[in-house]
Write a protein that binds this ligand. Structure first.
Ligand SMILES: [Mg+2]
Length: 239
C-alpha cells in the first residue's frame, strides 16, 4: 500500500526519474510478470519438475544433473543431454516435456484467480495512455484460461511461446518492448520474483517488486528493485 522507501514525501519512482533526468509522466509502458504479480496460478512446480525428470528415463538419460534447475531450464538441459545419449530423440523429448508441463499449468490455472484490482489497474493505465505488456514464463493456454480477456486488456502478451529465449534472458522483455514500440528508458517492469528485477535492470527499465507472490521485500531489494509496493494494482499511485 505504500512505498517502502519514500524520501521526503517524494516517491522513489519520482526520485529515480529525477536522477535519470526523465519526467515521470514520460513513462510510456509498464511490463508485468503474470503469476504472483497479476494472478495466482496455483502451479504445482514440484509435480512439473517430477514429470520432466520421469520423462528423462524414457530416453536412457540420467536426470540427476538437472534436478536443481527451474523447469524450463531443466527441459532445455535435458534436451542437450539426450542429444548426446539418444541422438535424434531430443526433439521428441522437448515436445513431450512441454506438453506435460503445459497440461499441469493449465490445470492449475483453472483453480487460479486474477489478483484483486488487476483489471481496474489495467483500465486506468490505458486511460492514462500508458501501454501494458505481460511477460511470463507461463504457457499461453494457462494464461488465457485464467484471464480470457487478456489480449484485449493488455497491449502485448508475451508468453513463453512468444519469445525465443524467456526471462531471465533479456530477449523476453525486449520482445515485449519491441511490440509496444517503447524504449526501455521509458518503461517499467513489475514482478514478484528477484528474476523479474534482475532482468529488468539488465534491460534498463525501471524495476518494481511486488509482495503478492514468490518473494519477500528483502529478496526484491537485494535484487536491486527501484521500488517495492504491496501489489501491482497499487502502481497507479506512483505514476
Ligand atoms: Mg511471478
Amino acid at each position: 500500500m505504500r512505498p517502502l522507501a519514500p524520501i521526503n514525501g517524494i516517491s522513489a519512482l519520482t526520485k529515480l526519474f529525477s536522477a535519470r533526468k526523465i519526467i515521470p509522466n514520460l513513462l510510456k509502458a509498464v511490463l508485468f510478470d503474470f503469476d504472483g504479480t497479476l494472478a495466482s496460478l496455483n502451479v504445482d512446480f514440484i509435480r512439473m519438475r517430477g514429470a520432466v525428470l520421469d520423462l528423462m528415463g524414457d530416453y536412457c538419460t540420467p536426470s540427476d544433473a538437472i534436478g536443481d534447475l527451474y523447469v524450463l531450464e531443466m527441459i532445455e538441459a535435458g534436451r542437450k543431454l539426450i542429444s548426446e545419449r539418444c541422438p535424434r530423440r531430443e526433439g521428441e523429448f522437448f515436445a513431450r516435456a512441454h506438453e506435460v508441463i503445459s497440461a499441469i499449468e493449465t490445470e492449475g490455472a483453472r483453480e487460479g484467480t486474477l489478483l484483486p484490482g488487476t483489471e481496474e489497474m489495467l483500465r486506468e493505465l490505458r486511460r492514462r495512455h500508458i501501454k501494458t505488456g505481460v511477460v511470463t514464463r507461463n504457457c499461453r493456454a494457462a494464461v488465457v484460461q485464467l484471464f480470457p480477456d487478456i489480449d484485449s486488456r493488455c497491449d502485448a502478451v508475451i508468453t513463453r511461446e512468444g519469445a525465443a529465449r524467456v526471462k531471465p534472458h533479456p530477449d523476453h522483455l525486449l520482445t515485449a518492448l519491441g511490440s509496444l514500440d517503447t524504449d526501455p528508458t521509458f518503461a517499467a517492469m513489475v514482478g514478484d520474483h528477484p528474476m523479474d528485477i534482475t532482468v529488468g535492470k539488465e534491460v534498463g527499465v525501471y524495476t518494481v517488486g511486488v509482495l503478492t507472490g514468490y518473494s519477500e521485500a528483502g529478496a526484491l531489494r537485494q535484487a536491486g528493485a527501484d521500488l517495492i509496493i504491496e501489489r501491482a494494482s497499487d502502481i497507479t499511485r506512483y505514476l
